[in-house]
Write a new protein. Structure first.
Length: 109
């Protein structure tokens, strides 16, 4: 697809620049959406019955918890990667859990 290397399975799965913008992001977003959906279940936040039908909203909350999807973290200095997959805020404990999903290619392990 990209004509940069031989089109091997390992190249296509984890290195191809043509696929990186679309397919890798889609695979990452599907995994992140499933993990988000399971967090919604655990913390009794609104979700659909099936994970693949779930469209995460920017903010979902109840009395105890708040979840932010695709959250941008505000920092006092410039950080290139400050956009996270989602953030869970425990309102009672006043704690924050930052969840960022990574889907590594097997050929790089």
């Amino acid at each position: 697809m990209c004509d940069n290397k031989n089109e091997t399975v390992s190249h296509t799965e984890s290195e191809c620049g043509m696929l990186a913008q679309r397919e890798y992001k889609r695979r990452h977003d599907n995994v992140a959406r499933y993990v988000y959906w399971r967090f919604c279940e655990k913390y009794k936040l609104h979700r659909t019955y099936k994970w693949y039908d779930h469209k995460p909203e920017g903010v979902v909350e109840n009395i105890e918890y708040k979840m932010l999807w695709d959250a941008m973290i505000q920092c006092n200095k410039k950080i290139k990667t400050r956009k996270l997959d989602f953030v869970l805020v425990d309102k009672k404990k006043k704690e924050v859990k930052i969840i960022d999903v990574a889907i590594p290619g097997d050929v790089r392990v």
